[in-house]
Design a protein around this ligand. Structure first.
Ligand code: NCD
Length: 293
């Protein structure tokens, strides 16, 4: 049974095939290859983009999509997550798309069900579909010429599953990665790091800005997000006229992560990431669900 728990579940060839398929989805209406398939979305953490993106992707391919409202479900009545999963599994879905605050939950679930598990974000661990759509957006922008290009990942890297998944995936595709953050936001790493944005701006082709993951901080770290912004906000003033591609997984803390001017700048690809996300998720759903038979 194939799952998408981390991007390592896919080979480079498979990822390239998914990207070719996603590219086709951007230009013409898809065949309903998941007709009569059942996909369940199970989100224990808030989501705007990821859940709707997966649901739209599944529906575009003709699948039936059921969202389990966790706030009203039996986990609230004391049922364990595994019993909930076993019950959902008994309804015969082809995939369960799960988001959970605890790292490792999708992997644990994958051992209790016989359908594909898609990890839609688990704690600070992984967010594979986000990294896949980020790399797709980068590849499209550079028309495939990405090997040796340099990206700065900026912000709360230590607590970011988006950063974690991207660090792994982008390195596999030959990108150079620089981590830019204050010491308390840096994970243990062998990658090059910098404390100041100004020290890397002349060396990078791309910036991936991240939201400060306040929900994962045991104690408030910055007195206010404004203090963080004064050092790390991607402003038009800082970037100047440099030819830098700007990414952010959303939700953006406006004028904290990226300022109004850069959000409106054509170098900023936030909405393109969202658009590409549907196509990439369509291709990933199709690839893994059909591979499972
Ligand atoms: C991210 C997430 O939930 O991990 N959002 C997303 O899926 N696009 C990033 C974040 O919440 O900061």
């Amino acid at each position: 049974m194939r799952h998408l728990i981390t991007t390592d579940d896919l080979s480079i060839d498979e990822i390239c095939a998914i990207y070719d398929e996603a590219e086709r989805y951007l230009s013409r209406p898809p065949a309903k290859v998941l007709k009569d398939r059942l996909i369940i979305t199970l989100f224990f953490e808030n989501s705007t983009r990821t859940r709707s993106s997966f649901e739209i992707a599944a529906k575009r391919l003709g699948a039936d999509v059921v969202h389990l409202d966790v706030a009203k479900s039996s986990t609230k009545k004391g049922e364990t997550l595994y019993d909930t999963a076993a019950n959902l599994n008994a309804m015969g879905p082809d995939a369960i798309i799960v988001r959970h605050a605890q790292s490792g939950t999708p992997y644990q679930l994958s051992r209790h069900v016989d359908c594909a598990i898609f990890n839609a974000g688990d704690g600070a661990h992984a967010h594979p579909s986000q990294a896949l759509l980020d790399l797709f957006t980068i590849r499209r922008h550079f028309r495939g010429d990405i090997e040796g290009k340099t990206i700065a990942i900026v912000g709360d890297i230590k607590n970011s599953r988006v950063a974690n998944s991207n660090i792994r995936l982008l390195a596999r595709f030959g990108l150079n990665i620089i981590l830019v953050a204050p010491p308390h936001f840096l994970p243990k790493t062998d990658l090059p790091t910098a404390m100041r944005l100004e020290d890397v701006l002349d060396d990078v082709d791309m910036i991936m800005s991240l939201r400060t993951q306040t929900e994962r901080h045991a104690h408030p770290i910055y007195a206010s997000l404004k203090d963080y912004a004064s050092d790390y906000c991607i402003t038009k003033e800082r970037v100047g006229d440099r030819d830098i591609l700007l990414l952010h997984p959303g939700p953006v803390h406006r004028n904290i992560d990226i300022d109004d001017a850069m959000l409106a700048d054509p170098r900023c690809k936030v909405l393109e990431q969202v658009k590409n996300g549907v196509a990439v998720r369509m291709a990933a759903l199709k690839h893994l669900i059909l591979a499972n038979g």
